[in-house]
Design a protein around this ligand. Structure first.
Ligand SMILES: [Zn+2]
Length: 341
């Protein structure tokens, strides 16, 4: 009797210990919030250890900074650890001055100085310099990254430069190269974009900012230096000739998100390439593309904002290190879970 009781207690104790260790081993997800800034970018990333990175800040005027702060608060953030500015165009850097008045920022990260010298460009860049003059500001180059716990945050492109060696497991010849007419050089800030790959276990998310065709092709032709990705944010709002087939199809994304506005991006040619990408389970859009018609828009339940007068609905992603992830349209609550490949 006593032996039995001792055994039972031992079994119970081991059971409890096992349960506790399974609970402790369940990793937290990586959260990505594609905030609607109506044809710009503002992507909020919250890591499993609750560190935060905002990629771009949308437009000036306060609307976009309000949306970012709402998303940050909903994620339980009291500050944003890093704000990465992909390049110095007003749909990406415009919201910085509004943002710093609303929430503390740890460090600003960018590619260096603005390469454009038009009057408009100077105004935008000066506003950024002024808004960040009392903040920590660092420049990142390809092969550098951010020191975040539990995830890898790698810079692939910045200031017109790129990684030159393939990432681990990548580097295969790309059969889709050569199918496009030769890409033109781009002297604008777009080609300076900081492009990043964020890896959480087997989950890989690629955000190239507004990188344009020539620089995009350099990453994947003749050999694909990146390899495949799980989630692809369309470059340059889904404009063409950016997002060429040689890039998108070689990346082989499982899901793509188009950060377009009602009248910006989601160009039919680029939309078609992304939509028809082999192996793509779904394309989600931040906006119904008014100029695309029903042949160049996905089903409305996958679109976060249907009307031109948007309420700023976002698309959110929760990713697990095994590569599985869930995408939610915050307008209609549609949620889709994607299995690890
Ligand atoms: Zn842009």
């Amino acid at each position: 009797m006593r032996v039995n009781q001792t055994l039972r207690i031992a079994v119970l104790t081991i059971g409890c210990l096992l349960l506790a260790s399974t609970a402790a081993a369940k990793p937290k997800p990586l959260q990505i919030d594609f905030i609607d800034v109506e044809g710009g970018q503002a992507t909020l990333i919250v890591t499993p250890s609750h560190e935060s990175v905002l990629i771009d800040t949308g437009w000036a005027g306060g609307r976009d900074a309000d949306r970012i702060v709402n998303a940050a608060k909903a994620a339980g953030l009291k500050q944003i650890d890093y704000v990465l500015i992909t390049h110095f165009h007003p749909d990406h850097v415009g919201g910085v001055a509004d943002l710093v008045q609303r929430i503390p920022v740890g460090t600003f990260v960018d590619h260096g100085n603005d390469v454009e010298d038009s009057d408009d460009a100077r105004v935008v860049y000066k506003a950024y310099e002024k808004a960040t003059e009392h903040s920590k500001r660092v420049h990142l180059a390809p092969n550098e990254g951010l020191p975040l716990q539990g995830i890898q945050f790698q810079v692939l492109t910045a200031a017109g430069e790129r990684i030159t060696d393939p990432l681990p497991g990548a580097g295969e010849a790309n059969p889709y190269c050569g199918s496009d007419v030769e890409a033109k050089p781009d002297a604008s800030e777009n080609a300076q974009s900081v492009g990043v790959l964020i890896t959480y276990g087997k989950f890989r998310f690629l955000d190239l900012g507004d990188l344009t065709e020539k620089k995009e092709l350099e990453l994947v032709c003749p050999n694909n230096l990146i390899g495949t990705v799980t989630l692809y944010l369309t470059a340059h709002h889904g404009l063409a000739p950016d997002n060429p087939k040689a890039l998108v199809w070689a990346l082989h994304p499982q899901v793509a998100i188009m950060n377009n506005g009602a009248h910006k991006g989601a160009n039919p040619e680029a939309w078609r390439i992304v939509h028809d990408s082999p192996g793509l389970a779904d394309l989600w859009q931040l906006h119904y593309a008014e100029d695309g018609g029903k042949d160049h828009n996905v089903a409305s339940d996958l679109i976060a904002n249907l009307d031109e007068k948007s309420d700023g609905h976002s698309i959110t992603v929760e990713a697990e290190p095994d590569g599985s992830f869930t995408v939610v349209n915050t307008r209609d609550g549609l949620s889709r879970k994607y299995r690890a490949k």
